[in-house]
Design a protein around this ligand. Structure first.
Ligand SMILES: [Zn+2]
Length: 62
């Protein structure tokens, strides 16, 4: 497997993990909550990125 393929697999696995976490947040009812400060994430942000885990003040993925 080439380095490029390894990077692609890593990128896909990262996305899958983000999807898993988003589904888990939906299941437990804190999907719209920032994972850092617990503030409510706006509709526009979630439409732009349904996997968003944090508010705009905490843009890093939780
Ligand atoms: Zn926040």
């Amino acid at each position: 497997m080439s380095d490029f393929s390894n990077e692609s697999v890593l990128a896909i696995e990262t996305t899958l993990n983000e999807v898993d976490r988003a589904l888990e947040r939906l299941r437990v009812g804190n999907y719209r909550r920032c994972q850092v400060c617990d503030t409510s994430i706006g509709d526009a942000e979630l439409i732009a990125n349904p996997l968003l885990a944090n508010c705009p003040a905490h843009p890093e993925l939780a």
